[in-house]
Design a protein around this ligand. Sequence first.
Ligand SMILES: [Zn+2]
Length: 414
Amino acid sequence: MEKRRTVPVKLDVDSDDAVLLEDTIDEFLWAANSVTRHAFEGEYVTTSKTTLHDDTYADVRNETALHSNHVQAARNKAADACKSVVEKWKQGKKASMPHFTSPHVVYDHRTATFHDESVSLATTDGRIEADYVLPDDERDTPHAEYYFSDEYETTGAELHYSDGNWMLHIHCKKEVESETPEQASTENGTVLGVDLGVTNLAVASTGTFWTGDEFDHWRKEYEKRRGDLQQCGTRWAHENMEAVGRKEDGRFKQTLHRISNELVAEAREYRCSVIAFEDLTDIRDRTGASWGHTWAFNRLYEYVEYKAAEYGIDVEQVDPENTSRRCSECGFTHPDNRESEAFECLKCGYENHADYNAAKNIGLRYLRRNQTGDGGGASVGVRLNSGMLNANGAYDPPAEDSARAGVHAESPPL
Ligand SMILES: [Zn+2]
């Protein structure tokens, strides 16, 4: 179950930035009203967000300088308002076409970045930074209780302008125990599949890669130093070797902590309820990984497991058999599908990075195992960077254009 709170925070906005925010509000309201007018055009009022998106998205983007996520937020506003009009009609009540006039803009994590003392907001012309104007005594305020609390996560905000004040209504939520926590946490959830390897330490089904370069660099560096010391063979060298070992441990752990933090952040950003890894038991034999890498995989798994738990995200291991040889698109499994980093399916021709294909398979395996299992609370898909895979391996495109920059993109099969 989720507990949601809204924290109002006053913003300190200078006059140049105010002009940009006013412009953004104007365009946002224009977009919402324009989509609403379109929804009312036909014989029936259109309330489907997907249909409204298809019909209006390109036009609104052309007509405004809004961020794509503001265009989508305006469309969602319009769709929700149209839906409530139709609901009223069904109950025999009077209602007319909605018209948005109250100055506001809806922000999410792609249009706003929430810092401790300020916020960065997308406008029609780049981003602006605005400081929070917080009460002097922060104890027992909503800011301290929710916004600054580790238990709550920020999900988005609405910017309002009234009586000469810029107010940000920040939405926060936290997971609270419900009667069947497993069911609640995996319901409608998606799976983040993660492949572990030597060249790329971790690759997620969202297409984000964490290279092993940094890890490798330190490993080689310490091995060399250790070798040099070993050659000395003195007592002094022996003691030094132990110090090098401790330092090495610390370095590696630091890198692994960072990667595990980023993996958990990835799962949260994509609202995944499960992170699936391959079973680590025989990973050394399977991947030809060094002892150091096996150690790293196990630490990484441990770190992810306990960090994910804080957010109610489960971390699971699945049977690794053939995850690197199987085609994540058509299921055809053959050793020749893969040639080092390149995956090309001999049957359907699907081509992608081999580790990325494996990450998708790991997510799919978890999904299938849990759908044929005891039922109840099964996850619905494997999270890709854009859209997701359902248990049949079919690709569901996203409702909105959210393909990330700098990650490995998945394109829908033709
Ligand atoms: Zn295939």
